[in-house]
Ligand binder design. Structure first.
Ligand SMILES: Cc1cc2nc3c(=O)[nH]c(=O)nc-3n(C[C@H](O)[C@H](O)[C@H](O)COP(=O)(O)O)c2cc1C
Length: 356
């Protein structure tokens, strides 16, 4: 895929972002880029939640919303893939255009609005996959016109748990009205308790995580950390896209409505990882996501408290060679600082040590 990618890159860059994305997913689903992957260095192996992650770098939610190509993404070298966000019923999302490349800022703004083929189609694809290929999580959301958010997430857990390796409850996308209000303490606690009950009913004890926004006030962070620890969920994905517009943005598209991702999100989302790591006393595994575009970026997330790392936007600018670049650089950074494995470096920048 990397060689082929070099050839098609000018074409992809010339296409509108969403068309380029559709072509990429179709190519991956058709088996292009299907080289057997090389084994990852042992220092990158990350045992967590009873799963054995071959490396800590995953593709974030939103890239393969309908689970069309998780195996191909694993073959590109990702240590894990998060598909979704999937909504219970199919829905088209917002009118196009709804994705904007901010070239000067190495960023993207999207207001996709959970375009989704729905749970039936996604579960059917996930049922057919070869589970030996690697770790695939499912990120679940609610339909825009749903009268009852809780029911949508309940259905998501019930249907997705049997075919996923982990689940993420997405309460943080900025493009579904009211969604982020589910992060408020009492609401979140009720939602997560119910979803943990539903998971128990399914008899499938896969990890259940919640994905949070980078735009939370400090009391909200404290509340979420408390709820996460008290309910006993398995982890937190930090973070989704931001509605903030940092003053340094230079691209004309910076004024578009939606969630901003990529380089400008790196510093605030890494600071939020450090904050959540501190608030949870290092007892709650965190997946760090936001603006990762190099091994040094991934390493900074790990040192701030991320047990695993995800990326998306940098892939749009750099293509699949980025995955190798990040994975090749990480072992050297670990060795330089005297760590034998990723686990040893988790949270070392926070006072109070690491949970390994
Ligand atoms: C086009 C696009 C679509 C996205 N869709 C989703 C989604 O459906 N669900 C979700 O939880 N996050 C979604 N995200 C957010 C990413 O998963 C990630 O949290 C965010 O982009 C920050 O990482 P990055 O800077 O590496 O892109 C989307 C991001 C982009 C750019």
């Amino acid at each position: 895929m990397p060689d082929l990618y070099r050839l098609v890159r000018p074409l992809l860059r010339a296409l509108p972002p969403e068309t380029a994305h559709r072509v990429t997913i179709a190519a991956l689903a058709a088996g292009l880029g299907g080289r057997p992957r090389e084994p990852d260095p042992p220092s990158l192996r990350r045992p967590l939640w009873g799963l054995d992650f071959p490396n800590p770098i995953g593709i974030a939610a939103g890239f393969d919303k309908d689970a069309r190509a998780p195996e191909a993404l694993l073959r590109l070298g990702f240590g894990f893939v998060e598909v979704g966000t999937v909504t219970p019923r199919p829905q088209p999302g917002n009118p196009k255009p709804r994705v904007f490349r901010l070239h000067e800022d190495r960023a993207v703004i999207n207001r996709m609005g959970f375009n989704s083929g729905g749970l039936d189609a996604l579960v059917a694809r996930m049922t057919k996959r070869d589970r030996g290929e690697g770790i695939v999580g499912i990120n679940i959301g609610r339909n825009r016109d749903s009268a009852d958010s809780m029911e949508d997430y309940v259905e998501g857990v019930r249907r997705a748990a049997p075919v996923a390796d982990y689940l993420v409850v997405n309460v943080s996308s900025p493009n579904t009205p009211g969604l982020r209000d589910l992060q408020a303490r009492a609401v979140l606690e009720a939602l997560l308790r119910q979803l943990l009950d539903v998971r128990a009913e399914t008899g499938v004890s896969i990890p259940l995580l919640v994905k949070i926004a980078p735009d939370l006030k400090s009391e909200e962070c404290t509340d979420i950390a408390t709820v996460a620890l008290e309910t006993g969920i398995d982890g937190i994905v930090v973070a989704n896209t931001t509605i903030a517009r940092p003053p340094e943005l230079r691209s004309p598209q910076a004024k578009e409505t939606g969630g901003l991702s990529g380089r400008p999100l790196f510093a605030p989302s890494t600071a939020l990882i450090a904050e959540m790591y501190r608030l949870t006393g290092g007892r709650m595994p965190l997946i760090g996501v936001g603006g990762v575009a190099s091994a040094a970026d991934a390493y900074a997330k790990i040192r701030a408290g991320a047990s695993l790392v995800q990326l998306y936007t940098a892939l749009i600018f750099e293509g699949p060679a980025l995955i190798g670049k990040v994975k090749n650089g990480l072992p050297e950074l670990l060795r330089r600082d005297g760590f034998a494995s990723v686990g040893e470096a988790v949270g070392v920048d926070a006072a109070g040590g690491s949970h390994g």
